[in-house]
Ligand binder design. Structure first.
Ligand SMILES: Nc1nc2c(ncn2[C@@H]2O[C@H](COP(=O)(O)OP(=O)(O)O)[C@@H](O)[C@H]2O)c(=O)[nH]1
Ligand SMILES: [Mg+2]
Length: 314
């Protein structure tokens, strides 16, 4: 079914899930009409709790997120899940993996699950994810959970706009060392040491505690708690949800949290402008660029002035 931008603007805030799903597809495809719709929906958003869950492949993120969503659902909250896997553009295997899991979760009424991928760059994926989150927020979901593989900076960018970031570690994968490398320690608001039924889970917790004492916390800053979980049985999930809530309460009153939000928003605006500028240059000024490149090679123009010219034309 096709929805016009106007229909989407009207239906999405009424929690029309078919319209919501359609808009996410438009976002993935980077359709210009999606921007128009999102611009209109933006003001209706801002109420949902946005929770990012990241960690290595196989750490149990999907299982944990499913548990959290099911518990929220049982408590009468509307929960949505966005699963982001940058390694699997559209037809890849990981998406299939997520589909299988969806079959299980979809039976729980009220949980909206969507896996996302884009053909474009990882930066594009971060933007698309943010847009989808904003849309689901406007659609009246109480909580949006974003699951993403956290192995590098680009993937970290995908969850950075989440208010609360849960980093999932597991025993036996040398995860704590890996975490420092990826800069994941810095972005974690809550640590889940999952697969606590496996040997070594207490060791991961111990390592983590030592690492956390090494980074001297600033006055009034948040100290990330560590929760042991067994996602498959649900053990520890209530504690995890409690810590996520506690972080949410802290965010509401904290000045540094407000500052962080402001900084993330500033970066969002700049990166959108950068993308837009790039698109315009690509789409409209390719010929000019070629002309100027020739002039530069002939030393009749320098690249700095050429770049200035290009920008002033947009
Ligand atoms: N033993 C054990 N297995 C788990 C636990 N959590 C998840 N798993 C299993 O680990 C595998 C990967 O889980 P999944 O949620 O898909 O991981 P993801 O790649 O991080 O999303 C699945 O087979 C899960 O059943 C746990 O707490 N204990
Ligand atoms: Mg997963």
């Amino acid at each position: 079914m096709h929805f016009s931008p106007r229909e989407l603007i009207e239906r999405v805030p009424k929690h029309d899930l078919r319209a919501a799903a359609r808009l996410i597809t438009q976002i993935e495809n980077n359709e210009p009409s999606a921007r128009e719709v999102l611009g209109a929906l933006y003001r209706a958003a801002g109420r949902a709790r946005i929770i990012g869950v990241t960690g290595s492949p196989g750490a149990g993120k999907s299982t944990l997120v499913d548990q959290l969503a099911a518990d929220l659902n049982a408590a009468g909250k509307k929960a949505a899940i966005i699963a982001v896997d940058p390694t699997s553009p559209f037809t890849g295997g990981a998406v299939l993996g997520d589909r299988i899991r969806m079959a299980r979760s979809e039976s729980a009424e009220g949980i909206f699950i969507r896996s996302m991928a884009t053909r474009g760059s990882l930066g594009g994926l971060a933007r698309a994810t943010n847009d989808a989150v904003c849309e689901l927020d406007a659609a009246g979901f109480d909580v949006v959970l974003v699951e993403t593989v956290g192995v590098g900076q680009a993937e970290v960018d995908v969850v950075r706009t989440a208010e609360t970031i849960v980093v999932v570690l597991v025993p036996g994968m040398g995860d704590s060392v890996q975490a420092i490398k990826a800069g994941i320690l810095e972005i974690a608001d809550v640590f889940a040491v999952n697969k606590a039924d496996r040997p070594g889970a207490d060791l991961v917790q111990k390592d983590l505690r030592i690492l956390l004492t090494l980074t001297e916390p600033e006055e009034g800053s948040w100290k990330p708690p560590i929760v042991a979980t067994i996602a498959t049985s649900g053990e520890g999930c209530a504690e995890l949800a409690d810590e996520i809530s506690r972080h949410g309460a802290w965010l509401r009153d904290s000045k540094s949290a407000h500052d962080r939000k402001l900084r993330v928003m500033e970066e969002t605006i700049i990166s959108l402008a950068r993308e837009e500028l790039y698109d315009r240059v690509e789409a409209k000024s390719r010929k000019d660029v070629e002309k100027m490149a020739r002039q530069c090679l002939a030393r009749k123009l320098d690249p700095y002035s050429a770049a200035e010219k290009l920008i002033s034309k947009q």
